[in-house]
Design a protein around this ligand. Structure first.
Ligand code: UD1
Ligand code: MG
Length: 447
């Protein structure tokens, strides 16, 4: 069976430059979730000219059809129906991303058993405001939109979900007869119900059919999709799922604990037995096993090895590769650098465009001076190098293995293995200098 998703509407109520079906929920456009639910069907999407290119890029294996005149859901379907080859098909609104594959498959099964002209998925909502109401009549049903409904009809709680299974021949001829004599002056696909000789309805869970027309509805639906994503991780502990943001594509290993206000974005994967502490934001990154990301750390497009510790307040900028058992401490920033196994940069450091070997100690306040105003230059540090506190490494520079850089040194030349490098002004201690100074000053002030 084939499926048609209607996504060409003007999206006026969401008050955005962007079509509502392209607003993002957990890293995927709204329409993605509808396409997913219909994955086992050959899918057509009806779009307007503004979003056609976007939709083609996002979904390579769907057929895209353009609705030239944006005057209702019936004319949207008209743009796709010449391309449907099967004798029946599913039509679904593109703004209903909570719809479940199971409900669609069940509707299809009932359709195939009973062979009506039209089957409508319905739901019962406590607050049906805005939805088309299902009006049951002796010989069929009629769907009345909110704007065309009188007070009695508005009381009806059974609504149209915007998902239908249709006989193709019936739909082709019915679409010719649908008029636009309603409050909106649009051609409503919902009018197809009253044109059917044989109609069936299937009621599904109200929770799964919420449509997105406004920002408020986008927020409500986002929350539910987020809940579904989190529920799938049944071997991960979420201390506060309500405050956790997790993208659709994120992977998390078992026995990992996610603290409140964590944001896992893009194509991020977290290994087993990790702790991702409060307020951390991890995007497009791969975190190994048994890693502790301490509070308020930001990690972007980077890789962190097993048993590493990052943060609190650390920033791994793109293309950082932190190997196993590394410690990156508070207020440390790493950019486009490799930090070798077991190395430590525990406090207040900038490591940019650098390559650190294994078991390197980077003292507090160390800076790789990688930018000369024109180019980014590299710093290379060998295994077991010890860098004291407050060191500047003026790149390009290489420090060979087992060297020791004394605190306060500005390194401008390469350093050989096992060397000590220091560039401090020699210390001078003047005995009792302060006593004399005070005496002099006090005399001067009295004058
Ligand atoms: C529609 C139904 C309503 C149902 C509700 C369920 C109609 C007339 N009404 O109302 O009975 O209860 O969905 O969520 O169908 N679209 C086009 N071309 C157009 C207009 C719309 O492709 O010219 C697309 C939209 O992009 C959207 C879908 O059709 O994805 C539904 O349109 P929308 O304006 O959201 O209809 P609702 O008012 O929600
Ligand atoms: Mg809608």
């Amino acid at each position: 069976m084939e499926a048609v998703i209607l996504a060409a509407g003007k999206s006026k109520r969401i008050k955005s430059k962007l079509s509502k079906v392209l607003h993002y929920i957990c890293g995927k456009p709204v329409i993605f979730y509808v396409v997913e639910a219909l994955k086992s069907y050959k899918t057509h999407i009806v779009v307007n000219n503004n979003i056609a290119e976007n939709i083609r890029k996002e979904f390579s294996d769907v057929e895209v059809h353009i609705q030239e005149k944006l005057n209702g859901t019936a004319s949207a379907l008209k743009s796709a129906i010449p391309f449907i080859n099967d004798s029946s098909f599913i039509a679904a609104n593109g703004d209903t991303p909570l719809i479940r594959k199971e409900d669609i498959d069940m509707a299809k099964e009932i359709f195939e058993k009973k062979h009506p002209d039209c089957l409508v998925l319905t739901a019962r909502l406590d607050n049906p405001h805005g939805y088309g109401r299902i009006i049951r009549k002796e010989n069929g049903i009629e769907i009345i939109e909110e704007k065309d409904a009188d007070e009695n009809i508005k009381q009806v709680k059974e609504v149209n979900t915007g998902i239908y299974v249709l006989k193709t021949d019936f739909a082709k001829s019915a679409l010719m007869h649908i008029m636009n004599n309603n409050a909106n002056g649009e051609y409503y696909l919902t009018d197809i119900a009253k044109l059917a000789d044989r109609i069936e309805t299937v009621e599904v869970d109200a929770e799964n059919i919420l449509g997105i027309n406004t920002r408020k509805q986008l927020t409500v639906v986002r929350k539910k999709i987020q809940e579904r994503i989190i529920d799938k991780f049944d071997d991960v502990t979420f201390i506060d799922p309500d405050s956790t943001y997790i993208n659709y594509d994120v992977k998390i290993g078992s026995d990992t604990i996610i603290f409140p206000n964590v944001s896992l974005r893009g194509l991020t994967s977290i290994g087993k037995q990790c702790i991702i502490d409060t307020g951390s934001v991890i995007e497009n990154s791969a975190i190994g096993e048994n890693v502790h990301i301490k509070p308020y750390s930001v990690i972007e497009n980077s890789v962190v090895g097993n048993s590493a510790q990052i943060g609190p307040f650390a920033h791994l900028r793109p293309l950082s590769e932190i190997k196993d058992e590394v410690r990156i401490g508070n207020f440390v920033e790493v950019k486009k650098s490799v930090v070798g196994r077991g190395s430590k940069a525990s406090h207040l450091t900038y490591i940019g465009d650098a390559q650190l070997g294994e078991d390197v100690n980077v003292g507090c306040g160390t800076i790789t001076c990688n930018y000369d105003g024109y180019r980014k230059n590299r710093t290379i540090i060998g295994d077991r190098v010890f860098i004291g506190s407050d060191v500047q490494l003026v790149a390009p520079v290489e420090i060979e293995h087992d060297a020791l850089i004394a605190a306060g040194t500005t390194v401008t030349k390469n350093v050989d293995a096992y060397s000590l490098t220091l560039s401090r002004v020699p210390q001078v201690n003047k005995k009792n200098w302060v006593k004399k100074y005070r005496k002099d000053m006090e005399r001067k002030m009295k004058k």
